[in-house]
Design a protein around this ligand. Sequence first.
Ligand code: GLN
Length: 504
Amino acid sequence: MTSTDILRTSAASQAAALAAGEISSAELTAAHLDRIDAVDGDLHAFLHVSRDEALTTARDVDTRRAAGEELHPLAGVPVAVKDVVVTEGIPTTAASKILEGWVPPYDATLVEKLRAAGLPILGKTNMDEFAMGSSTENSAFGLTRNPWDRERIPGGSGGGSAAAVGAFEAPLAIGTDTGGSIRQPASVTGTVGVKPTYGSVSRYGLIAMASSLDQAGPVTRTVADAALLHELIAGHDARDSTSLTDPVGAYAAAAGRKDVKGLRIGVIEQLEGEAFAPEVSARFTESLSLLEQAGAEIVRVSCPNFGYTLGAYYLIMPSEASSNLAKFDGMRFGLRVVPEESPTAESVMKATRGQGFGDEVKRRILLGTYALSAGYYDAYYGSAQKVRTLVQRDFASAFEKVDVLASPTAPTVAFRLGEKVDDPLAMYANDIATIPANLAGVPGISLPSGLAEDGLPAGIQFLAPARGDERLYQVGGALEALLEDSWGGPLLDRAPDLAGGADR
Ligand code: GLN
């Protein structure tokens, strides 16, 4: 196998090739860096490429392997990291001008784990500023294009991670999901994304957006790869006060089971119908039929409060964000704008925040500050928290009847660049199916369900009870195998080849 062929294989296959001595990590990493050089000028999935560091890690892993050292199964397989996760010595901006030029002095816990396991870090991926958005058009450093159609959005906020994996620039990527930012980009790029149970992956070193909703997770090309990466980054961390103490689940084993006999799958009635594009719905229904033929039981389940989740989320998330973003004050990190006249602490903060934050970030700070203000707190934030409790109860009663819940991940295939960027409400509506999981802290997976409108990928989402992540890998792994049998191979094999520059 040449080093270019290997780019299109799964991370697990790349790991096997490394273990068998068919390729070195230095060669594998260089091949990915060459791919980035070839296609990323156009796609712009990366904000920063850490070439030298990645190659140094790769050579070190090769040396250790040659010396017979016992290595992590993913050692030497490169990874890309969303730019909202801090990386010691590698610039981290959260795609905001306010952090331009900031080089963190420490690693996020999950990055420590990636480094300790010997995964070369290819670089930092583009995103909506501070993870606010569904299209990556809110990045202060320019948009990312969808590898399937360069006039379309790659989803958001983690569009860079999904585009990098979908375009074979990286076999593995890290995303974060506060309201869908792992699952929705995965859905529109034909990749796999997992939002773990809240508390399962440490939030230490994630630049916080909404701390009660934020969760990091894998973006990959196969369900098994997501399981491997999830196992690597999960686990208790004393530095995150909401970190679970549970042992890490056997996700890879669950992904390999490929058996859904007797599994009860609930279709969420509130996440069906007109809000979803016809072909997205059709691929969803076909996926469920395949699972039913394989022995799963499909039932319909009502989650009556899901109609209020968008409203609740867009109060809770900005409220928490307005508080979390108060630390960007021109004093401690990144940008500092000093007005010539009267440079007081207050005027520096005002000028820095005025110039450093983009429009969407300002909108949410304003919304959140308003929702939390005395006199409005009960009406807005308080009501939203009550809805959150009701949503948690909806999940609890649904999971008394079924093992997992299912819906399409996103209402449509990738929309056109520019189509919704000036209409915040239309943009927020993309999150209708992904937000409930964050409000309740339950885990979710999105995987490709097939090609829908305009020949573009659609996604199917499964949700499980908190701590039930293994079920997601079980049903996801089984469906992926059934679908790939019906397609005759992975969906991404049908994406246009960017290297050739051919347009769809
Ligand atoms: N699209 C959602 C938002 O804009 C999701 C963001 C996220 O998950 N980081 O808030």
